[in-house]
Design a binder for this molecule. Structure first.
Ligand SMILES: [Zn+2]
Length: 226
């Protein structure tokens, strides 16, 4: 259903225009809901004043389907997802279909999809151990900390994205990308496990070899095998 007069609301940093107010069909959001819950249960999207600190999306048509702003990521229903139909960066405008406000990181997800055509799924979460051990794990990291939901954060990511599928947002969190949502989700969990290993090695005082990003890395040392 297309409403005669689109409704709008002004978010912190953009305006969302609702082209349709119908919820996204559940068959399009089931896997998103599943991975939202897994990421929460793994502690990678901790509770925060606005809901949960994380967001998740899959490419759909010329846009994508993304979690709502402040969504309860641990228990997502289909109406907690929004389809982004169009993004106009200069006008700070996002055209959407759905019932809720889109995530404040919609510009960031849009930019990743635009510059990486092979990527069909994005998970943004917060992982304290990855933030602490990313240099030991040789993970790409943005140069400068930027506030969430800003074009500055989007630009920091685009500057380092290259062909990486896992990017650390300096002093903030991570982006896991994948050709499928399953791949992005497992990547987020694997990098968390690698960071746990790094932490355990630091507690024990020894070093440890972890396998991640298709590489074997000795924590505190250098990559030992391709
Ligand atoms: Zn965040």
């Amino acid at each position: 259903m297309v409403t005669g007069r689109p409704e709008s609301y002004t978010g912190a940093r953009f305006i969302a225009t609702f082209k349709r107010r119908l919820p996204i069909p559940a068959e399009l959001t089931a896997e998103l809901a599943l991975w939202s819950r897994r990421i929460c249960e793994s502690g990678l999207a901790p509770r925060c004043p606005e809901g949960f600190a994380g967001n998740i999306s899959v490419r759909r048509g010329t846009g994508f389907i993304i979690s709502a702003a402040g969504a309860e990521l641990c228990n997502m229903q289909n109406e907690d997802f929004i389809q982004v139909l169009d993004v106009e960066i200069e006008e700070r405008c996002i055209v959407v279909a759905g019932r809720s406000k889109p995530s404040s990181e919609s510009f960031l997800h849009n930019a990743v999809y635009k510059c990486r055509p092979e990527i069909n799924a994005i998970i943004h979460g917060h992982d304290e151990l990855v933030l602490k051990y990313h240099s030991d794990l040789h993970l790409p990291v943005t140069a400068k900390e930027q506030p969430h939901g800003t074009l500055e954060l989007m630009n920091e990511v685009i500057n380092v994205i290259n062909s990486h599928e896992y990017i650390v947002l300096k002093n903030h969190g991570f982006l896991a990308l994948g050709e499928t949502l399953d791949r992005a989700g497992h990547l987020a969990l694997r990098e968390h496990e690698a960071a746990v290993s790094a932490y355990q090695a630091s507690v024990r005082g020894g070093d440890v070899e972890v396998e991640h990003l298709g590489d074997r890395v000795r924590i505190g040392g250098k990559a030992v095998a391709g």
